[in-house]
Design a protein around this ligand. Structure first.
Ligand code: NAD
Length: 255
């Protein structure tokens, strides 16, 4: 590691030591070292297979039973069911135990932050969770594993047991509206930040990417941790380039 990187890590560490309200925004990049690929990174699902993007679009999902059947197969095989939190997730849990973490805004749907030990109240899941199922007609909610049991038993596109409607993971697909209270909470938390860490996110998915400029506007120190450049690098006080599971434990003083 270059001397510059050591200096940058030391600087972010000091900001965190001196702050009471650290806000982290995490993207798919924090979970790649747990074996869950991102979408847009160099090894991303869409980078390797652009047709896979169709599975994430609500219009195709609602209109095409074959897209739904492919989605249920993908849910059954999802690497998140076997994944364990990595040292990046554990570092953010350690930051919460130090009493520093004001909010953890995540674009991720894998719940690895909660598995790592972050409390549910601190985690703001702006894109929902893949561990629950929702009915697109009546709004029924249930655990994903129970519906996956039905898929394994031969129901390739299982309907809602209450109303017969289309079931889907409780995640926000492209073309679907975000939950306004959740995004408001994320924005408010960003505006209360003294230090804002953008971790493993391309910062291209809106409105959640807007939390970074919102934190910057109230004078928060901004650090971006990513293996690649992002369109918001110009807003950062410090850029840390490298594997998140290596960088995050250092800046959070995690064991
Ligand atoms: P993203 O904004 O989440 O981007 C991931 C970023 O992380 C990329 O810039 C990539 O270069 C970087 N990165 C990947 N691994 C890294 C590592 N080990 N160290 C440092 N940087 C690393 O965008 P996306 O991948 O296009 O995902 C879009 C949306 O899809 C997300 O917002 C999320 O809602 C969902 N998604 C969730 C998961 C998950 O829950 N684990 C996985 C894939 C996609």
């Amino acid at each position: 590691m270059a001397a510059d990187d050591h200096a940058a890590i030391e600087q972010v560490r000091r900001w965190i030591d001196e702050a009471q309200r650290v806000v982290a925004l995490t993207g798919a990049g924090i979970s790649t070292d747990s074996g869950i690929p991102d979408f847009r990174g160099p090894q991303g699902v869409w980078t390797r297979n652009p047709a896979a993007e169709k599975l994430s679009d609500i219009r195709h999902y609602m209109a095409d039973p074959e897209v739904r059947r492919a989605s249920w197969r993908a849910r059954m095989a999802h690497p998140a069911w076997r994944a364990q939190p990595n040292s990046g997730h554990l570092a953010l849990a350690a930051l919460e135990r130090r009493g520093k973490l004001h909010a953890l805004i995540t674009q991720n749907i894998d719940e690895l932050h909660q598995v790592a030990g972050n409390s549910r109240e601190r985690v703001i899941e702006v894109h929902g969770t893949m561990r629950r199922v929702v009915c697109m007609s009546c709004g029924w909610l249930g655990p994903m594993q129970e519906t996956l049991k039905r898929v394994r038993a031969g129901e390739h596109d299982p309907p809602c047991l209450s109303c017969g409607g289309i079931l889907k993971s409780a995640t926000i697909s492209f073309g679907q509206a975000l939950v306004p209270e959740v995004i408001d909470r994320a924005m408010r938390a960003a505006e209360e930040a003294e230090v804002f860490l953008a971790v493993g996110t391309t910062l291209q998915v809106y409105p959640v990417a807007g939390t970074l400029p919102a934190a910057r506007a109230v004078g928060a120190k901004i650090a971006i941790l990513n293996a690649e450049p992002t369109p918001m690098d110009f807003l950062a006080h410090t850029l840390l380039s490298g594997p998140i599971s290596d960088l995050l434990p250092r800046i959070c003083r995690a064991p």
